[in-house]
Ligand binder design. Structure first.
Ligand code: ADP
Ligand code: MG
Ligand code: MG
Ligand code: MG
Ligand code: MG
Length: 443
């Protein structure tokens, strides 16, 4: 799948491609792009295309705004839904560079690549398989105060109760045309909620895939007159959308998390990785659960984690160990939600895991009972901490964790914290409908 510039030029000719979309993401994970006619491909592949970085969230000030895009040939793919006057559009995901030829440290893809390189120095490749969930709503969505659902279906339900099924099938077909290996697609627990799982890959490829996945889902939904959202908790009283991240470290052809000689057949490296993630869990959450709304999902009662704990079977803790062993040995991190910037999220998670390995940390014992049924005293005795209860708490945890700040790099860390503090400040002064209903008449 690693195409050379010559392969790309041949594809442009043979597949009748008229336009190329050059893509990258801002620090919030929003995909940005510039379209060029196919005739400009040589210039693009040479990394000579410039754009104004000062208008991109978290990038640069006006005085230093010239940025260059360097397309990654491995990301070349035709956009199946886009045809103009009979000619097709292809896309390339790009790395962002400074005028002096150095990588731009505000580029989230570069932030991830830096941590991936650190793992490579230790002999590891991180593999990640995501389970993104999302809602399909009627348009217009939120005008009536609550999004309008399409169905009353639940987990694994079949059409016709599930009106979104047609659209989800179309989403799956489109992703397959783009080279995704889809492992499963099903209705989720809440009305109008869906999940599509695709095969794991190395961290950068998976982050690219998540970004692509979100734009495919939105595009295909829109074509059917629906609104797709990755907002973590759009409906009060229903399950929110998560994005569980299954992860393992490979050393060459071998899964470094697997050890057939231990009682649970998990390696020391796996345990240390778990311990590292747990140690930095609260700071990581500011990145894996980036919205005010993210914290309305991380509450008891909806299968979303609330506590920093791990378990072999139980689905309530933050980390679960799926039963599979051998090459499929992996941990499942259940806290992230699909509104996160996938590059930054994987960067901070990997950094935390590597820290656990470097310091040979030991995780606390796994928790097999239901943590939600424990009293605060019982949890304290077992040393079970809580995930942040709000974006404000998460921001504070991030500010206090030098290792996670280092993973982001000073440029991204300061822009990210600044943006998130503004978001929290705007939110905390709002008067919500609930408050009016609850207080206006009574007081
Ligand atoms: P769940 O049981 O939590 O619903 P799924 O079966 O839906 O999990 O998803 C499993 C995910 O784990 C898929 O994305 C799959 O490709 C991924 N996966 C499988 N093996 C590995 C591995 N060794 N490392 C990382 N991810 C893996
Ligand atoms: Mg699943
Ligand atoms: Mg599953
Ligand atoms: Mg699910
Ligand atoms: Mg899962």
């Amino acid at each position: 799948k690693n195409l050379s510039p010559e392969d790309i030029k041949a594809a442009i000719r043979d597949m009748n491609i008229g336009t190329i979309s050059l893509q990258f993401t801002d620090i919030l994970g929003t995909v940005k792009h510039v379209e060029i006619p196919a005739s400009q491909i040589d210039k693009a592949l040479a990394g000579e295309l410039m754009f104004d970085g000062s208008s991109i969230e978290g990038f640069v000030r006006i005085e230093e705004s010239d940025m260059y895009l360097r397309p990654d040939p491995a990301t070349f793919v035709i956009l199946p839904w886009k045809t103009r006057e009979g000619r097709r559009t292809a896309r390339l995901i790009c790395d962002v560079y400074n005028p002096d030829g150095t990588p731009f440290e505000g580029d989230p893809r570069y932030v991830l690549k830096r941590v991936v390189a650190e793992a490579a120095e230790m002999g590891y490749v991180m593999n990640v398989g995501p389970e993104p969930e999302f809602f399909l709503f009627e348009r217009p969505s939120a005008e009536q105060g609550r999004p309008v659902t399409l169905d009353h279906a639940g987990y694994f339900d079949l059409a016709p109760v599930d009106k979104g099924e047609e659209v989800r099938a179309e989403i799956v077909l489109t992703l397959q045309e783009m080279g995704f290996e889809i492992e499963a697609a099903h209705h989720e627990v809440a009305p109008s909620q869906h999940e599509v799982d695709f095969k794991y890959a190395d961290a950068v490829t998976t982050a690219d895939n998540i970004a692509t996945f979100r734009s495919v889902v939105r595009t295909i939904a829109l074509q059917h007159g629906l609104h797709a959202t990755f907002m973590p908790k759009p409906l009060h009283g229903e399950a929110g959308s998560g994005m569980h991240l299954h992860q393992s470290l490979f050393r060459g052809e071998e899964n470094a998390f697997y050890d057939p000689t231990t009682p649970d057949r998990l390696s020391d490296v796996c345990k240390q990785y778990i311990a590292g993630i747990m140690e930095h869990a609260r700071a990581i959450t500011a990145v894996t659960n980036p919205l005010v709304n993210s914290y309305k999902r991380l509450v008891p009662g909806y299968e979303a984690p609330v506590y920093v704990a791990w378990s072999y079977r139980n689905r309530s803790p933050m980390i679960r160990i799926p039963a599979k062993r051998g090459l499929s040995t992996r941990i499942e991190l259940r806290s992230p939600d699909p509104s996160c910037n996938p590059y930054l999220a994987l960067a901070v998670i990997l950094k935390a895991g590597l820290d656990g390995i470097k310091r040979r940390l030991t995780p606390p014992d796994p928790v097999e009972g239901n943590i939600y049924h424990m009293s605060e005293a019982e949890r304290e005795e077992l040393g079970i901490a809580s995930l942040p209860g709000s974006l404000a708490e998460a921001i504070r945890a991030l500010e206090q964790d030098p290792l996670i700040l280092e993973a982001l790099g000073s440029h991204v860390a300061s822009r990210y914290l600044e943006a998130k503090k503004i978001e929290w400040d705007v939110y905390r002064t709002q008067i919500s409908p609930w408050e009016l209903q609850e207080y206006l008449a009574k007081y």
